[in-house]
Write a protein that binds this ligand. Structure first.
Ligand code: DC
Length: 221
């Protein structure tokens, strides 16, 4: 049986991961957070003490195992879902995810994960690179001000104090880096449906996508 693939791309703070996770739970699909895999590679490189700026230092990715259980990422059989959210990892992940070899290996791993299950996968290059034949492709976006506000309140919930202006600047910097990098920049697939989430609630976006998929699949699951 052909498995159903739902690709969700977009910049940081557009609500992708929250939406993808909820959508997967509602549909009974597996949620694959590709950004978490780039974060995990960054974490492992930091733990191994390799020179993060040396692209040749990442051959360990080839022998690294990734699995998702209930939306949590296990790297080499250890749950790293909390550790990969550390600020030090966030600060280095843009660099690590810009390396060709890292992307090559992680794209292979992501494609393998999507082969045997119905999946919702979110990231930056899913619709045009990782799963170019996905039946459903969405690109979520939102204004910088709105995305910064969301990150700010996320941080508050996690008891992390932050400054809204600084978050806005960081988002702009990250957008610029992610959209202009040489390998697999952030962009929408030509056949993706673009959804601006600035004035929509999480539930509204989830329903929009869920309704579309269920309708197309004749409400079979
Ligand atoms: O979604 P996130 O913020 O956890 O992603 C972490 C980093 O990984 C971010 O800098 C973009 C990068 N990334 C990527 O290059 N390709 C993906 N498919 C997913 C994330």
């Amino acid at each position: 049986m052909e498995h159903i693939q739902i690709a969700i791309d977009g910049p940081a703070g557009a609500g992708k991961s929250t939406i993808a996770k909820l959508l997967a739970a509602k549909l009974g699909f597996i949620y694959i957070d590709s950004g978490a895999m780039y974060r995990a590679v960054t974490l492992k490189a930091m733990k191994l003490g390799v020179d993060l700026e040396d692209e040749r230092a990442y051959d360990f990715v080839e022998n690294t195992k990734f699995t998702f259980v209930d939306g949590n990422l296990y790297m080499d059989n250890i749950d790293v879902s909390k550790e990969i959210r550390q600020t030090a990892v966030s600060n280095n992940v843009s660099l690590v995810s810009s390396y060709y070899f890292v992307r090559l290996e992680l794209v292979k791993a992501q494609q393998a994960l999507a082969k045997s299950h119905n999946v919702v996968m979110d990231g930056r290059d899913i619709g045009y690179q990782v799963l170019p034949h996905a039946k459903y492709k969405f690109y979520l976006t939102a204004s910088i001000a709105q995305r910064a506000k969301r990150r700010y309140y996320d941080n508050l919930e996690r008891n992390i104090s932050s400054d809204l202006n600084i978050i806005e600047q960081e988002i702009e910097r990250r957008d610029h880096f992610d959209t202009t990098r040489e390998h697999s920049p952030l962009k929408a697939a030509d056949d993706a449906i673009i959804i601006d989430t600035s004035n929509l609630s999480i539930d509204q976006v989830v329903s929009l996508i869920e309704d579309k998929v269920r309708e197309e699949e004749n409400h079979e699951f």
